[in-house]
Write a protein that binds this ligand. Structure first.
Ligand SMILES: [Zn+2]
Ligand SMILES: [Zn+2]
Length: 300
């Protein structure tokens, strides 16, 4: 038995989700097993005295802080869920890898190239599963980052690092399910929204830029135009845009419109690209630039 909120196995109580009321209830539903939840003393007290609100449905347990409206934790459960299904999938991946190794010798030259490309992509995307684990651990962490800390400690990564990956997962892959009501746990997972493979693009966009999804899309465009576009170039693009925005705030603190205009103007997405031909191309490669009849300003 463990506390269903924080997972500890010490000092456990039984809590009635629908309250018994003063002096006990005659209503049988209140005493039914489905209405009883195992909680540790600390979590139990928070429910009764600390402003925590318990939301429980068939496949989702959520705790919301009534005072701030913020979600404290959530833990999903699926009726009849068999974890061996997931571990079997991993086994299959593992076995496929071994089997594939023994077949490499029979490929022709082009297929060798194709296989190498596929392997690289596979290897680069494996981190997404880890990010999903860290995000999940964070969702059920109460009293600080307890569950996340446990994973981080076991695998010798810093909690800060673990938080970054959890953040990346939340920002870029765990799309809110528009049809999800309170009782539905499953989030839409969309790993095809972005094509960049290395985690560093995501981490930099998530932790260093003001608008992570927009900046990641920007990096993706740049990378598609120029495969040599690097993470450090991406970083300096972000910092340059932020630095210029800060300068404008300093020089024109009372003029918010000028600020907004400058932000747009300084956006590196707009500046180095010409949209005249319909599709953004680097300004220097743009035909209208080559004609020599347009200034950079007209090009924007
Ligand atoms: Zn607890
Ligand atoms: Zn209680």
């Amino acid at each position: 038995m463990n506390c269903e909120i924080c997972g500890t196995n010490r000092n456990l109580d039984q809590h009635h989700v629908e309250s018994r009321g003063m002096g006990g209830s005659k209503n049988l539903a209140v005493h039914a097993d489905a209405n009883i939840i195992t909680l540790c003393r600390t979590c139990h007290q928070r429910i009764h005295e600390g402003g925590w609100e318990l939301h429980r449905s068939q496949d989702l347990l959520r705790v919301v802080d009534r005072r701030t409206g913020q979600e404290v934790m959530r833990r999903a459960s699926a009726h009849g869920f068999d974890p061996s299904v997931l571990f079997n999938l991993l086994n299959i991946m593992d076995r496929s890898l071994v089997e594939a190794l023994s077949l490499v010798t029979y490929l022709d030259d082009d297929q060798l190239v194709e296989l190498f490309r596929a392997c690289r992509s596979l290897g680069k995307r494996a981190w997404m599963l880890q990010a999903a684990v860290l995000h999940e651990a964070q969702q059920r962490s109460v009293y600080g980052a307890r569950s996340l800390e446990a994973v981080a400690r076991r695998f010798e990564i810093s909690v800060r690092q673990a938080e970054k990956y959890a953040l990346v997962w939340r920002l870029f892959f765990a799309g809110e399910n528009p049809d999800a009501s309170d009782g539905q746990a499953r989030e839409n997972v969309n790993i095809d929204a972005f094509s960049l493979e290395e985690p560093s693009w995501y981490v930099v966009a998530a932790t260093e830029s003001p608008e992570p999804r927009r900046w990641l899309a920007y990096a993706q465009d740049r990378k598609a135009e120029d495969p040599r576009y690097s993470i450090s170039a991406f970083r300096s693009d972000i910092h340059q845009a932020l630095g210029e925005a800060a300068t404008v705030i300093e020089s024109e603190p009372d003029n918010p419109t000028a600020f907004a205009e400058r932000i747009l103007w300084d956006c590196p997405w707009v500046k180095p690209y010409c949209r005249r031909s319909g599709r953004p191309v680097p300004a220097e490669d743009c035909p209208c630039e080559k004609d020599g009849d347009l200034s950079a300003e007209a090009c924007n």
